[in-house]
Design a protein around this ligand. Sequence first.
Ligand SMILES: NC(=O)c1ccc[n+]([C@@H]2O[C@H](COP(=O)([O-])OP(=O)(O)OC[C@H]3O[C@@H](n4cnc5c(N)ncnc54)[C@H](O)[C@@H]3O)[C@@H](O)[C@H]2O)c1
Length: 491
Amino acid sequence: MTKTAAIIGGGVIGGGWAARFLLNGWDVRVSDPDPEAERKIAAVLDNARRSYPGLSDAALPAEGTLTFCDSIEDAVEGVDWVQESVPERLQIKLDVYGRIQAVTGGDVIIGSSTSGFKPSELAEGAAHPGAIMVCHPFNPVYLLPLVELVPSEAAGADLIGRAKEVLTGLGMYPLHIRKEIDAHVADRFLEAVWREALWLVRDGVATTEEIDNAIRYGFGIRWAQMGLFETYRVAGGEAGMRHFMAQFGPALKWPWTRLMDVPEFTDELVDLIADQSDAQSGHHSIRDLERIRDNNLVAMMRALKAQDQGAGALLNAHEEQLRAGTVLAARAEDIEDAAQPVVTIHRAVPLDWTDYNGHMNEARYLDAFGMATDRFMELIGCDAAYIEAGGSYFTAETHIRHIDEVHAGAVITVRTRVLAGGGKKMHLWHEMSEGERLLATGEHFLLHVDLATRRSAPAGPAVDAALRRFADAQAGLPLPEGAGASIRSPG
Ligand SMILES: NC(=O)c1ccc[n+]([C@@H]2O[C@H](COP(=O)([O-])OP(=O)(O)OC[C@H]3O[C@@H](n4cnc5c(N)ncnc54)[C@H](O)[C@@H]3O)[C@@H](O)[C@H]2O)c1
């Protein structure tokens, strides 16, 4: 059954939460007094729809329904989760919780996006304090997986477990922080870095751009893949962390930081930083910068996905869950009607598959068809174990027809037909579509190969039989338009 989330406060962060819930198949109700909230959330959703669905190589569930409500009470009635993202003012948050819990009681978790307040402060005087917990996300909420989960002491293990389950189901990483502290964990680093950066600009040591360069050309890239401690363990050389600490421990006593010193927050300091930032980035609108950021985040996370590291490892784990509810068959035996083309790809177009024309790059059509072929090979038993044992198919010839364009975030389906198969040969026909719209066809001729001799050889009996089952059942279908064609130039 479709679940429903209430988003209370639909600004930058609430809009991001709305997108993450919707794109993971939840229905979403929003309450926000700002008359512009609907327009602002639509803009966030546009960005999310183009970037988030293609992060994984498995399709997300069908998008949920978005509704705007006139009151908090209407928004939270009967929901499964409440996410509060109102401004960072304690009294506003406390008033909102009172109104929510008058409707939901203590069974529904209220996750607070608060960057700084402790759960004990949020739960003060609440009718059901255990149900209010910090669920602190990072912008953009629809792409970054981290949520700092800080429950209050009143929260039972069942509520905490339920919160983790919901957040994990959204493809997020709930970092359970067991000891409450102002600003949780991550923002304490950001605050320290921010303080240091303000000093460096104020004292004329570096400009905003130079500081950004110091981060993005060096340790920023390192942090995204290994964090702090694992990075330093490697930096210690073969002796690892102990050596690193012995080497850099004394530096802690040297004047390398200004620690808790804070520069005076004067109008001059604000002007200095804002003017340098304008000079650095003023030629981009904020919406442009959001899109550049999203493109980069997707590209980096997908690169980490290929390495099964960091946020990429999380994407792979989420993908397993997504595949459980997909239209793709796990094994050929599960496909009852072998006479019909088989769905081999069902996924969204990732942002890093698109090019300067804004649509899917021609090389990615081959990528997608290559994946469809791999998937079909797996289905007939030419899987990792079979390849390990010394047999595989190599592609000998490919003909792709590009029929219509497709954009990032669109869900594409590839259906695969066997035109001929058996012995050494496998002749496949892939049709790629978005809904009813045909986008491309791919015709591929493959030869079975003995991996020891690197020469063609007949497939093993089980693979051969599975392939022939499809080839025989589909032999009666009319030949697809375009099959066997050579390149036709117009006129
Ligand atoms: N901006 C960030 O980078 C960031 C990151 C993580 C967490 N947070 C936290 O998220 C929360 C929201 O921050 P934001 O940046 O989205 O702020 P924002 O100003 O963009 O959005 C706040 C929204 O709440 C609405 N609002 C105000 N009173 C309300 C009420 N009584 N009921 C319902 N809606 C109400 C406002 O109209 C506004 O749309 C804060 O607690 C903040 O600390 C922010």
